[in-house]
Ligand binder design. Structure first.
Ligand code: GLY
Length: 339
């Protein structure tokens, strides 16, 4: 379900939710900016308990998960308990993880409050905490029973956060819907504020996930740009969305060389990226051969790599992706130098 808070309010009046006891999982930001709207617009949540966790990735630890389980136990939460995850990707990841384990599984509802979480992280059932120094190393596939997209939450988001979400929206469109891609990257697009485009992206993600819930095949198309993006994110410490947007440019360049993508798409995307980064005040990134040598091991560590070669998602055309394409180190060097 991708309606907003009004639609959540109607849903929770239904028989299926009678006897439910709600606990809202949130952080300091969503406590201030989003909880007032949630409880005032959704009657069923007026009496909800709430549990606050640290902001951002810091909440995705075993210690925080244990604290949430402890609070649920002490509050007498039974299998009728429903965890409402009100936050960005980190709160939704943690909330899904906690819900999957508590009393062998309770229902959770994702109410994402960032564009990134609305477009990607809160849909598809991937839940995780970080463990042993490795991001998302422990987790489950445990889908939320409802995902609620409330665009008014985006009004308080910093620009950088909006860019992170835009990058994931453009990625999903690139691999599945060429027309949507063109709408999102049109020179006058203000897509962060266009709920219809966000809903289209969410529906695409949902249908890809339904076709491959456990990420063995077609779902891998959602990793477009991520093999290179993750390496850029770790090496340069840039935000996820910026790294993914740059990674998509590398992947498009390789798509022109290897899988028949036409030049025009690569050129148009490069122009959009340059003007959008500049509009958001984000500096352009370039990489020397020395940088690339240091990033190659990061790409080889990527879970998609096999047989010593980088394997990634490329495009044959907009909306048509190919998974598991082997790319040599020299091809990666050439593509990264073109950034
Ligand atoms: N974010 C990629 C996926 O959910 O599979």
């Amino acid at each position: 379900m991708y309606g907003g808070l009004a639609s959540l309010a109607r849903e929770l009046e239904k028989e299926a939710w009678s006897g439910a006891r709600y606990t809202v999982l949130l952080d300091e930001n969503t406590f201030t900016h989003c909880l007032p709207a949630l409880v005032s617009r959704v009657d069923a949540l007026q009496e909800a308990e709430f549990i606050e966790v640290p902001v951002g990735e810091e909440c995705k630890s075993l210690e925080v998960a244990a604290q949430v389980w402890q609070t649920l136990l002490e509050g007498g939460a039974d299998r009728q308990a429903v965890l409402v995850c009100l936050g960005g990707g980190a709160v939704c990841d943690l909330g899904g993880f906690v819900a999957a384990g508590y009393k062998r599984g309770i229902r959770h509802v994702n109410v994402p409050t960032t564009l990134l979480a609305m477009a990607d992280a809160a849909i598809g059932g991937k839940t995780a905490i970080d463990f042993g120094g490795v991001k998302n190393s422990i987790g489950h596939f445990y889908p939320a029973v409802l995902t609620v997209l409330e665009p008014s939450f985006l009004a308080t988001l910093p620009q950088q956060e909006l860019f992170n979400g835009m990058a994931e929206m453009v990625k999903t469109a690139a691999v599945a819907d060429g027309e949507l891609f063109r709408s999102l990257t049109a020179p006058d697009a203000q897509f962060s504020m266009q709920p219809m485009l966000l809903k289209r992206v969410a529906r695409i993600k949902d249908s890809v996930v339904k076709a491959d819930p456990y990420d063995h095949g077609i779902r891998k198309i959602l990793n477009f740009g991520h093999t290179f993006g993750h390496a850029i994110e770790v090496y340069r410490g840039v935000p996820h969305g910026v790294a993914v947007a740059l990674g998509m440019r590398v992947a498009m360049y390789l798509s022109v060389k290897k899988t028949g993508l036409v030049d025009e798409v690569y050129n148009a995307y490069s122009q959009w990226l340059a003007s959008t980064l500049s509009a958001f005040g984000i500096p352009r990134a370039t990489f020397t051969l020395k940088d690339i040598e240091q990033m190659l091991p990061l790409m080889h560590q990527d879970k998609k790599c096999a047989g010593g070669e980088v394997r990634c998602v490329l495009l044959q055309e907009l909306g048509a992706a190919v998974i598991d394409v082997s790319v040599s180190d020299n091809e990666v060097r050439d593509a990264m130098l073109h950034l």
